[in-house]
Write a protein of this length. Structure first.
Length: 574
């Protein structure tokens, strides 16, 4: 059985995620996980909260809670919202887990043994007004690379360059805004990424079929300017993974913790170990090529700003350890989703957030719009008009309407079972089988290649075919002259609902299970487009006499009043 390991960039703990975060990482990862499971793979789908670092400390302080307590609560909030969006993680872990402590300290020890860690006195920004060292992202200033004025000390979000706070022009404290900053000496561990540059370069060259966005970002930071820089991997903070060499103390590093970007990706592995401890499985067969992970295909999902960490920093940790760890096989990165003429922003509370979205509409409405408009090749924008149009057209008019018409018509004329009929395909049926077969093949290929917008377009086109078939065959007229033909048409259309229930499930899992439940066809298997006669077989799967029910309305249309109300309610900042 093929085995697929899937990870989504892990969401930071300090607040509820917006729809941009969702569509840039967790949601497409879920789409793919659901698809691979439907295709019969053994799947391990891991996500977690990213809990360390100053923003968590500050958010806890603001909430008046100890940071550990705050993180535990926010983990639950994020977990519940993930469930609400039907994100089918095998495990939703926490980067603060004991498993991650152990693994992070283990990797640091291995890297040190390999001569890839060096203790350096570094100069760090101390803020007199705040009475503390300022970690990277709490120093803001102008990017030396592109001139963006709100660059953070760890990275410029405008040009994606990884920065050190001391690189910034006109630095200021992001906590207090104070410019009364002083650079002080403090000792830190550095990962000698520069020594790994050639190995990383070869490793990237050895990858087949990586998307352009991924390769170009990686190559840029590998070669531009001075090339890949050594990276400080420790911080003067309280909340984090204590710096240790495996189980042993690290002399001189007392009181320091690992930098959040060092421990966060290791949580992909630790999250699998958490899963194993909770469920009694073996995590190493997913992660160690010497322990059975040789046949695993590992796919990562993330927004573009995370690409350097996943193509360079995390692989540096894995390769540098000298141990046979599984590295990523395919890395799917996304551009940004913007919100109504501007950017989504967690800090400014701009946009629609996951809890708000679910408070106004069920998950499938959002999943469909987000996935069919995912910022795959360029940034895209959420507007309420566009959202209303897509939902009303694709989900209500096309798919929902088809299911409703077919099931209600059958109930009124033949009762709630597939009518007795002889399958004698006429031109309409032959056309449908042919066209649906072609589209299904296209759909499957795009899903295999993780071309999400193209896959959504093919799925939508398959739904449209159902309505076209109904219009062309017109069983409500046929029944007056040729009841046998009408019975066959209705039976055919009921089978189409079952087919839609199967193939739509990765995108709209709730509506898909409504369709399959209504057709009493739960557990129906994916029709493999590669097999001959797949569609024809699928469209004759429900035999005469098979009972069904008429489902509740699957999708309500969004009214103009609702659209205006929501646009007003979610304008401005949270
Ligand atoms: N507008 C966006 N569109 C698509 N993906 C995004 C967007 N903003 C962030 N992401 C991605 O969301 C994932 C989770 O992000 P994370 O929780 O770390 O928040 P973040 O990157 O700090 O975003 P923000 O600054 O808006 O809080 C990351 O993979 C990131 O690349
Ligand atoms: Zn920049």
């Amino acid at each position: 059985m093929p085995r697929t390991l899937i990870t989504s960039a892990i969401p930071y703990i300090n607040g509820i995620k917006h729809l941009g975060n969702l569509v840039g990482s967790q949601l497409p990862a879920d789409l793919y996980a659901r698809y691979r499971r439907a295709r019969g793979d053994e799947v391990m789908f891991i996500c977690a909260t990213d809990e360390h670092g100053t923003p968590a400390e500050l958010a806890a302080k603001k909430a008046g809670k100890p940071v550990a307590e705050y993180c535990a609560e926010m983990w639950q909030v994020q977990k519940d919202l993930a469930d609400g969006f039907r994100l089918s993680f095998d495990h939703f872990g926490r980067s603060s887990s004991p498993q991650n402590h152990r693994l992070t300290q283990h990797f640091a020890a291995r890297l040190d043994d390999a001569g890839l860690i060096e203790e350096r006195s570094s100069r760090q920004v101390y803020s007199h007004a705040d009475g503390r060292f300022l970690p990277d992202r709490y120093v803001e200033g102008t990017c030396p690379n592109c001139g963006y004025e709100r660059a953070r000390g760890d990275q410029c979000e405008n040009c994606t360059k990884q920065l050190d706070p001391t690189d910034l022009i006109e630095p200021r404290s992001a906590i207090s805004g104070s410019t009364d900053l002083e650079v002080r000496e403090t000792k830190h561990l550095f990962l000698l990424q520069s020594k790994l540059r050639d190995r990383l370069d070869q490793w990237i060259d050895g990858q087949e079929g990586w998307p352009n966005l991924t390769v170009s970002i990686a190559k840029k930071w590998l070669h531009d300017g001075d090339g890949l820089q050594d990276r400080g991997i420790t911080r003067d903070l309280d909340w984090g993974i204590p710096v240790q060499k495996g189980d042993d103390p690290w002399p001189g590093m007392e009181g320091k913790v690992f930098y959040v970007w060092f421990d966060a990706p290791i949580e992909y592995i630790a999250g699998t170990a958490e899963w194993a401890d909770a469920h009694g499985g073996d995590w190493e067969r997913w992660w160690r090529t010497d322990k059975g992970a040789g046949d695993v295909r590992y796919v990562q999902f993330m927004g573009k700003d995370n690409v350097p960490f996943h193509t360079l920093s995390f692989p540096a940790t894995l390769l540098g350890s000298g141990e046979p760890w599984k590295t990523v096989d395919y890395l799917k990165a996304f551009n940004y989703l913007n919100y109504d003429g501007g950017q989504f922003s967690t800090s400014q509370g701009r946009g629609v957030f996951m809890d708000q979205a679910l408070s106004i509409l069920p998950a499938d409405y959002w999943r469909w719009w987000l996935l069919s408009h995912i910022p795959e090749n360029q940034d895209t924008e959420f507007t309420w008009e566009n959202f209303q149009t897509s939902v009303n057209k694709d989900l209500a008019d096309v798919l929902g309407n088809f299911v409703s018409r077919v099931t209600k018509f059958c109930r009124s004329k033949f009762g709630e079972t597939v009518p007795e009929h002889v399958f004698s395909p006429d031109t309409n049926e032959e056309h449908l089988v042919q066209s649906l077969g072609d589209l299904h093949q296209t759909y499957q290929t795009h899903m295999d290649n993780i071309e999400i917008r193209k896959a959504a377009a093919a799925l939508r086109a398959m739904w449209v075919l159902g309505n076209e078939y109904l219009q062309a065959s017109a069983p409500w007229s046929t029944i007056k002259t040729d009841p046998d033909a009408a019975a066959m048409q209705v039976a055919f259309a009921l089978n189409l609902i079952r087919f839609y229930g199967i193939v739509s499930a990765p995108f709209i899992p709730d509506a898909a299970s409504t369709m399959l439940r209504a057709m009493r066809a739960e557990g129906a298997e994916w029709p493999d487009a590669e097999r001959p006669d797949t569609v024809q077989d699928a469209l004759t799967a429900l035999p005469a006499g098979h009972a069904f029910t008429v489902p509740e309305v699957m999708f309500a249309k969004i009214t103009d009043d609702q659209r205006e109300d929501w646009a007003a309610r979610f304008a401005g900042n949270r």
